[in-house]
Structures are given as C-alpha cells and as structure tokens.
Design a binder for this molecule. Structure first.
Ligand code: GDP
Length: 325
C-alpha cells in the first residue's frame, strides 16, 4: 500500500473512532441533560450542590447517608429516598461518576412512566382544574389556554369559582390577555350551572377545548367536595371529562400533599400541575407527589407569566436537580 493511501486510511480510522467515542458518551449521559435548569430557579442544582460533599469525600458509608439526607432535604420523601439509596448502595458503584449516573437513573425510575400528554381527542374536550385556593389554578388555566391556542386549538374558559367575585374577574382579565372566550357566573351562583353554560357556549361556537376553573376553599371542605363531584358530573354530560388536573403548590411540600387527598377521592384525577417550582429548593417533591398520589405530573409551573409552564420531562428534570453548581 502506498503512503498517501495509508495516511487516508489512518485519518478515516481516527475520525470513526472519535465519532464512536462521542456517540458512546452521548448514550451514557441521557439523564444529565439540563435544559430545564435555567427556569427551575432555586430547585436547579440544589441536590447536586448538597451531594457535592458526598461525592468529593469518596464512596463510603457516610456517602450513602449524605445522599439520603440530601434527598430528604429536597422533599423526595422517606420511602423513595430509602429505596433509592439502598439500590444505589447495593449496586456498588466504583466511582463517584458511576454513582451519580446511577442515582439519576434511579430517581427517574421513581417517576411514573405513564404518558404525560393531555388527552384531548374529543370533538369538544373538557378539562377541569381543581386544587386548593392560592396554588395557582387560575394562572394555570391561563397558561394552558395560551399553550393550546398556540397549538391551533379554539379554547373557551369557564369561571366556576363563583364563591369569590375576584376569581371570575381575574380569569376574565387573563382570557382577554390570552385572547380566548370566557363564560362567568353570578357571584354566589351555582358553579355547576356555569359549567353547563360554558359547555353549551363552547358547543355553539365550535370550540375545541373548554377549561373549567373551580373553587378551592378548604374551610368548607365537605361542601367543596360535593360541589366538585357535581361539577364533574355536569362536565362529563353523557361522556367523560377528558382531563381532571390537580394544581399543587410545590412550595407547600409534604403539607400540600396531605391537603389534596380528598380531591383525589372526590374526582378522578388524570394529572398534576406542580406550580411554583421556581420558588422552592425542594424540587424532589415531584417524586413524592407521584409516589403518593399515583397520578403523573403533566406540567410544571416556573413563574407567574403566561409562558412560565412546561410539560414535565423526568430526564431533564432529574438532570437539572443533580446539576453540579
Ligand atoms: P388560585 O387561587 O389557585 O386560582 O391561584 P392563582 O392562579 O390566583 O395564583 C396564586 C398566586 O400564585 C398568584 O400570585 C400567581 O401569580 C402565583 N403563581 C401561580 N403559578 C405560579 C408559578 O408557577 N410560579 C410562581 N412563582 N408563582 C405562581
């Protein structure tokens, strides 16, 4: 073989080896993507920072304790934290990098693998938004309307929190800003009647998706749950409600979780919108929420603006949590 041919062969071999190495690295690091981290505020990297000491001191018994403490501090919950650390420990990773990668895989595997897309396949899809007052329901209705509108859907929102006049007014303002139709009721009126009117108006106007904002005053819990059941019945009509989304404030931590169990008993939840993740360092609550409620987190709220909501993606979320700052 002459020298130029040999040189070309060597160059081709080196290039192929480099491409192979690059592809291997990409394959080995799927869970450390950090696209979401910029918008996750305090949550981003909090676990990574808490665990830095654990990795830096080498892998020994104190490492596993520090990791467990870090997970608990991030609100992952006792059961999941114990499970994850036991699995990590028994797999006997040899290096801190291996342990970190495995930790990411284990945290992702703690999350539901159910589909996280909204199922809005009906000719007129109905979405109920439920949750405790102040968690961000009305803001979530606005954020979802804007997102669906961007996707080319015709949207109408119904203000079924007739208990507070301000709630209807707030939703009207949002609807105007986003550019979607709104149906409101009389203050103190029957919320189920607003749902009926909203759905009738939506049908008449050829709307694709109706989003219903509901009340969440916890001091009248019994009435509230009865009211929600009635709203759900009316919204279902002869068919089914397409999505029932529970809005949960991430900053309320484990307490917030305890508050919402009755919602899950009153209406069949199909997903969770976890709001205010920009304002907490305890992003691990996502794992506790899914574990304890058995319902997938479909969206995360990352601010007060209409575009501050993203579909929840376990890989990039866990990657952001574990980011080394
Ligand atoms: P509702 O009573 O459940 O309808 O709650 P609202 O939609 O009125 O929201 C209550 C407060 O939380 C408002 O000040 C919102 O701007 C704020 N909020 C809602 N979602 C988010 C979020 O994802 N991040 C932050 N930082 N604030 C939020």
């Amino acid at each position: 073989m002459d020298t130029p041919t040999l040189t070309i062969l060597i160059v081709v071999a080196v290039v192929l080896a480099l491409i192979g190495y690059w592809a291997l690295r990409r394959r080995r690091r799927p869970v450390t993507r950090i696209e979401a981290s910029g918008r996750l505020g305090k949550t981003a990297g909090v676990l990574g920072a808490a665990l830095r000491g654990a990795w830096d001191s080498g892998l020994d018994d104190s490492t596993w304790d520090e990791i467990e403490e870090g997970l608990l501090a991030a609100d992952v919950g006792v059961e999941a934290s114990t499970r994850v650390v036991q699995a990590l420990r028994s797999s006997k990773p040899e290096t801190a990098d291996d342990a970190r990668e495995l930790l990411a895989v284990l945290l992702v595997s703690e999350l539901d693998d159910a589909p996280r897309m909204l199922h809005l396949d009906s000719e007129l899809s109905t979405v109920l938004i439920v949750g405790v007052n102040g968690t961000g329901k009305t803001t979530t209705v606005a954020k979802l309307s804007a997102r669906l509108k961007r996707d080319g859907k015709k949207v109408l929102v119904g203000a079924a929190d007739t208990f507070r006049a301000a709630a209807g007014e707030q939703l009207e303002l949002w609807a105007e800003r986003v550019g979607v139709d709104v149906v409101t009721g009389q203050e103190g009126g029957d919320p189920a009647a607003v749902v009926f009117d909203a759905i009738s108006a939506a049908r008449a106007r050829g709307v694709d998706v109706v989003l219903i904002d509901t009340a969440g005053r916890l001091h009248a819990k019994k009435n509230l749950m009865g009211e929600l059941k009635k709203i759900h019945r009316v919204a279902a009509g002869d068919g089914e409600v397409d999505e029932v989304l529970l809005v949960l404030d991430a900053t309320a931590g484990q307490n917030g979780l305890a508050q919402v169990r009755e919602f899950a008993e009153a209406v069949p939840l199909s997903g969770i919108v976890l709001t205010k993740l920009d304002g907490t360092a305890k992003g691990g609550i996502v794992i506790a929420v899914e574990n304890q409620l058995g319902v997938p987190v479909k969206f995360i709220g990352l601010g007060e603006g209409v575009d501050d909501m993203e579909p929840f993606d376990p890989d990039s979320f866990v990657g952001a949590l574990l980011e080394r700052s």
